[in-house]
Ligand binder design. Structure first.
Ligand SMILES: NC(=O)C1=CN([C@@H]2O[C@H](COP(=O)(O)OP(=O)(O)OC[C@H]3O[C@@H](n4cnc5c(N)ncnc54)[C@H](O)[C@@H]3O)[C@@H](O)[C@H]2O)C=CC1
Ligand SMILES: O=C(O)CCC(=O)C(=O)O
Length: 486
């Protein structure tokens, strides 16, 4: 018999149970009968303890040199690398994506930590000529103080790391509330920070309900900055709460990302991009391809090639090396995806392939699986062409010329990522210039973010801020302009 472990909150350098005495099970989405472990179902009192600890730790942490803070991050990176197998396996058990994807993400977490460790040694200001010839004027940067980090379940290591590492290296202390679905992975990540010897209170983790702990972070008077990735609905609530009390906030939210396939595209590569960009991680990326706009002259050939390959994709448990695509991360997510598929059919789109899995399928029946799904005859007014589905669903739409394709691509409320397949330089230049998206990719899939480059969206996809790379310094610090005269 297996006795599942219970994971604790991490507050003030110690692992502790919630004052509620309650725990919640983390369910394996590949087999809903399996509890991966239990995590604390915390309340506002737990959050208060974490915020107080972060508040007490902030003065001495900010007084360390950037290089000293960076040294801690190098140690965290080495520990994460050494524990990669266990952490990636835990991620797979909690959210379902395949083990190679989980390992790839954990490796990415290590690289992000090393990148920001190096940031501790880089410049943080500029010298600006003063109009007073006897004065010196320059900028420096100071941390915000305590930063609240609210993260989703789709990248349980990479997203917490790309928020926590810059927060810490620029001198902030952190209280993280990970998604409940992947809180065990987060606990194992936090253990790397603990074992790297970060002083007590510099990083804290409180697990629990989104509205209680996430809402508590948004409204907490002693949290000066909030960084969030997740749904638009929750992001907007957090933004409003933060604005009303004058806290700084950063929101990364949804996408409805288009892939444009021009008449001169290499169709085999474009099919590969649609499948990889749209269906890897079961379509649960904010950068996932969701709409595929195909020139009418190659539409039929593209559709045939796409369907031939989608039909071959093996659905299954992420721990099986023959699996290409795992389940949706939770029952709620599976139900959301299925409701979008049903809406697509009800609104008149043609379901070419996919939908729900058969209840008689012995291997899949206990998991939250949805087959890779392709729709044809989709029009821009349909729900599946407008709303973020966050599942393995591709909608095909034909176009006649590139101007029309870019107009169609822009005809949604989101603007996160977009890509085009073409060899024509004029098409490429038009796309770069006219596409309303924070990330535009040419002859590459819509997903795939590089840690050293700014990442964020236009329109409803973000709070117009950017994460990652050196852009992170803009959120996690305030500029101080210094005028100095003898
Ligand atoms: N941009 C992205 O990468 C992501 C987008 N999503 C989108 O959101 C949809 C729903 O997924 P959910 O997991 O329910 O996302 P969500 O937005 O509810 O959850 C994201 C994070 O916010 C927390 N949270 C929930 N309610 C909160 C509240 N009232 N105040 C503060 N924090 C709160 C959650 O516990 C989690 O840590 C997905 O179908 C997808 O469309 C979800 C996850 C990631
Ligand atoms: O495409 C990626 O690698 C990152 C996607 C992402 O940031 C997200 O889904 O939240």
């Amino acid at each position: 018999m297996t006795i599942e472990q219970t994971y604790l909150n991490f507050i003030d350098g110690k692992w502790s149970s919630s004052v509620t005495g309650k725990v919640t099970g983390s369910i394996n989405p590949a087999n809903s009968n399996e509890i991966v472990g239990y995590v604390q179902d915390s309340n506002e009192a737990d959050l208060d303890l974490a915020v107080s600890a972060a508040n007490r730790a902030k003065e001495s942490w900010r007084k360390l040199s950037g290089a000293a803070r960076g040294d801690y991050l190098f140690k965290v990176a080495n520990l994460l690398e050494a524990r990669l197998e266990d952490i990636a396996t835990t991620m797979m058990l909690e959210m379902g994506k395949t083990l190679p994807e989980c390992k790839g993400e954990t490796t990415r977490g290590v690289a992000i930590l090393r990148y920001y460790a190096g940031e501790g040694m880089r410049k943080i200001g500029d010298v600006i000529p003063s109009t007073d010839s006897e004065a010196m004027m320059f900028t420096t940067r100071v941390p915000l103080g305590v930063v609240g980090v609210i993260t989703p379940w789709n990248f349980p290591v990479a997203i917490p790391v790309w928020k926590m590492a810059p927060a810490l290296v620029y001198g902030n202390t952190v209280v993280i509330k990970p998604a409940l679905e992947t809180s065990i992975t987060a606990a194992k990540l936090l253990a790397c920070f603990e074992d790297a010897g970060l002083p007590a209170g510099v990083v804290n983790m409180v697990t629990g309900d989104g509205a209680v702990i996430g809402g508590g972070i948004a409204n907490h008077p002693n949290i000066q900055g909030i960084t969030f990735t997740g749904s638009n609905r929750v992001g907007k609530q957090i933004g409003q709460a933060a604005l009303s009390r004058g806290a700084k906030y950063q929101l990364e939210m949804g996408g409805k990302n288009p892939l444009i396939v021009a008449a001169d595209a290499n169709l085999d590569l474009a099919v590969e991009a649609a499948i990889s960009g749209g269906l890897k991680s079961t379509g649960q990326k904010c950068t996932a391809t969701s709409r595929v706009l195909v020139h009418s002259s190659v539409y039929d050939v593209f559709r045939t090639k796409l369907l031939d390959q989608v039909k071959q994709l093996k659905l299954g448990n992420g721990n099986d090396s023959t699996t290409w695509m795992g389940p949706c991360a939770s029952e709620k997510q599976r139900d959301t995806v299925l409701s979008y598929i049903n809406k697509g059919v009800a609104e008149g789109a043609s379901l070419l392939f996919g939908g729900s899995v058969s209840a008689d399928d012995e291997e899949l029946k206990n998991g939250y699986y949805v087959q890779p799904t392709v729709f044809d005859n989709v029009t821009t007014d349909m729900t599946i062409a407008k709303e973020e589905i966050f599942g393995p669903v591709l909608a095909l739409l034909p176009f006649e010329d590139l101007k029309e394709a870019v107009a169609l691509a822009n005809d949604v409320e989101y603007g996160l990522s977009a890509s085009i397949y073409t060899q024509n330089i004029a098409n490429i230049l038009t796309f770069i210039s006219d596409m309303d998206a924070g990330l535009v990719r040419i002859n590459a899939e819509t997903a795939g973010v590089e840690l050293q480059a700014p990442f964020g969206g236009m329109k409803q996809s973000s709070s117009h801020s950017r994460e990652q790379g050196q852009a992170a310094i803009e959120f996690f610090t305030s500029i101080k302009t210094v005028f100095l005269k003898a």
